[in-house]
Design a protein around this ligand. Sequence first.
Ligand code: HEM
Length: 506
Amino acid sequence: MGSEGWAAAGGSVTATAALLLLLSALSLLLLVVRQLLKQRRPAGFPPGPAGLPLVGNIHSLAAEQPHVYMRRQSQLHGQIFSLDLGGISAIVLNGYDTIKECLVQQSEVFADRPSLPLFKKLTKMGGLLNSRYGRGWTEHRKLAVTSFRTFGYGQKAFESKISEESVIFLEAIDTYKGKPFDMKYLITNAVSNISNLIIFGERFTYEDTEFQHMIDIFSENIELAASASAFLYNAFPWIGVLPFGKHQQLFKNAAEVYTFLLHLIQRFSQNRTPQSPRHFIDAYLDEVAKNKNDPESTFSMENLIFSVGELMIAGTETTTNVLRWAVLFMALYPNIQGQVHKEIDTVIGPNRTPSLEEKCKMPYTEAVLHEILRFCNVAPLGIFHATSKDTVVRGYSIPQGTTVITNLYSVHFDEKYWNNPEMFCPERFLDSSGQFIKKEAFVPFSLGRRHCLGEQLARMEMFLFFTSLLQRFHLHFPSGLIPDLKPKLGMTLQPHPYLICAERRL
Ligand code: HEM
């Protein structure tokens, strides 16, 4: 080719490159404009803090504990305010009156879950906990509630199964002979075994490292779900193609958990007799068989895996964290621990196994557990809701499909309902004669149609494990090692790892 030819070819390459550059710039501009349009507050929407272009308020949520940030914003913008989660419109409900008004008085409207890309990717909005409000949720919730009754707390023998687990739990603690250790793993094992009895009909040994690993990575996902990466993934799902970032860890963990759960389901459904369920999995498979000719049925193998995972982690993560906070607070406040010891010694004595029948005779212990639930807020933002229809709350227009965040933490620190909420004080749950009193603005299990379905089970577990533990042990920190009281960042609040000494009292 002569020099003119080269020049002509060079010119056409430059023109093509320039055209490509222009097209890319135009596409980027279009994406930015689309994102900025998505970020506009809908008409009549509640006010809220100003956000940054593109990411909205995501950066503020990542900078500190989201529930604390939200409570502070509610003091500036009112009990209902809005957030922009990078083009996803959300409202935050704060204080008891507002949350009750929405979740109870407009229970149907507020019973949906948001179809955020992260949940869509992880559970395809199926299963139970993340499922949209509709037939799928109704079918799965009904089956879970019935199974929890039939194979769990509805059985007279179930309480003794929790007591048997307590004995194994206490024996395992005894092996440390009062030396410092982290009780997290033993509590997790003991607590998850109670749900395991209902879901699989069996407990797992404390040496089952495969099962423990599964719980570990599942809880890691709960932590990752509150990370900036997760919020960014919801706003810009295309970042899923990037090979790095916390969202990739989240997907990897989820895939590993689901494979493990499938194996467990296959193992525990062997030798099943149809219509004679032994546990939740059998009961679920009966529903799959019963509805096999109904194309609309939501019972499927995939939804079984999601439901088993959700029931396991919802039951384990929360109850474990309550008990971990309870142990920490007992060591932090030896006088409160002393009063619980005194009540146990008077009502149960040193030799009898604690039973639920004694609960009504132990108002102080009940008050301590309630104050732990109030003060520690293991699920500070509950689980995100969404509106199933357009609605109006306190004059604000909330369109269908809006993400709704229930700041349960703000209810437990609502000054209208609690005196000195920043103080840890079990006595607030006692009347002047020392009897236990219920408080209206006590909502650790949330309210309305989606309220926690494991509340009854959790209450049984907390009481029986806590009283058994304190009946046998005196808890204290290794000298000089008072742990950090600030919770770890995550969708659930848990203490940072800490060491405890459990010395035998008897
Ligand atoms: C102290 C322990 C527990 C606490 C504080 C707790 C708290 C909560 C909260 C705040 C919600 C969100 C409700 C909403 O969306 O408004 C929830 C939902 C749920 N919890 Fe619990 N929970 C506990 C124990 C359990 C246990 C033991 C189980 C079962 C084994 C369980 C199963 C569930 C399920 C399945 C949902 C979703 C309900 C639905 O979407 O319909 N939870 N829980």
